[in-house]
Design a protein around this ligand. Sequence first.
Ligand SMILES: Cc1cc2nc3c(=O)[nH]c(=O)nc-3n(C[C@H](O)[C@H](O)[C@H](O)COP(=O)(O)O)c2cc1C
Length: 276
Amino acid sequence: MTDTTTTTQELLHQRYGNDIPPSIISTPIIDLLLSHRSVRSYSNEPLPEGTLETMIAAAQSAATSSNLQTWSVVAVTDPERKHRLATLAGDQNQIRRAPLFLVWLADLHRIAQAADARQMPHEGLDYLEMWLVGVIDAALAAQNAVVAAESLGLGTVYIGAIRNHPLEVAAELQLPPMVMPVFGMCVGRPNPARPAAIKPRLPQEAVLHREVYRPEQIPPAVERYNATMSAFYAAQQMNVEGDWVDHSARRVAGPHTLSGRDVLREVLHRLGFRLK
Ligand SMILES: Cc1cc2nc3c(=O)[nH]c(=O)nc-3n(C[C@H](O)[C@H](O)[C@H](O)COP(=O)(O)O)c2cc1C
């Protein structure tokens, strides 16, 4: 076994517990991806020069539907603005502490503006499909930025709570119509005193179906994952009540568990998305 293979096996063990899939091919990039963990505690050191531009170049290198590039990002470093955004996003302190906070946007404004300038119609933008294209584009771009940051030894965490109060976030960032904050992202150097662990994922049988969807293969895999996650919660001294199914079902129990995002459709209308 080469060193790389040993590392990959160890990473796979952390990712899957005892459910390590066979035949994983090892490359430095695969190892980097397997090493992902969300980082919520940062050192006080500034980010390396060029971090933002490098992350954005990686983000812009992601595939994008019809090359429309229907996303944008606002980079926030001003402590007062980060503080206000943190307050709007579930009062999450890591937003205040991160040297860089990125707000990733589904952006149909730019293309509407460009078409308007040539008096060309753009009613297609009024459909749910185009809003979804913007969200997908933003997510793909953001994830490339995460991988770029992690390759530089940096840590990130997505902040979905930026959708708790999208209208206020839009006002804070002076977003034009047809631009929606999809998620935020804290970026910082990981605090060595509080290292983040690799969080296990579902066994592959729960997510990978061959040829057709096979519902019967899911429950046993979820059961095994419950055991893996319960061990992980205990090892990390995480105060999680119940196992993964308990935790996940509680998260989707009803509109009251959506952190105010149950009104998102109405909010999107107010942000200028018609969602026909
Ligand atoms: C779209 C999205 C939104 C998220 N929102 C938050 C958030 O608001 N706060 C937070 O602490 N983590 C957030 N996370 C991080 C997830 O909790 C994390 O990715 C998940 O628990 C798996 O852990 P890992 O990233 O360390 O593997 C979010 C992740 C995603 C993909």
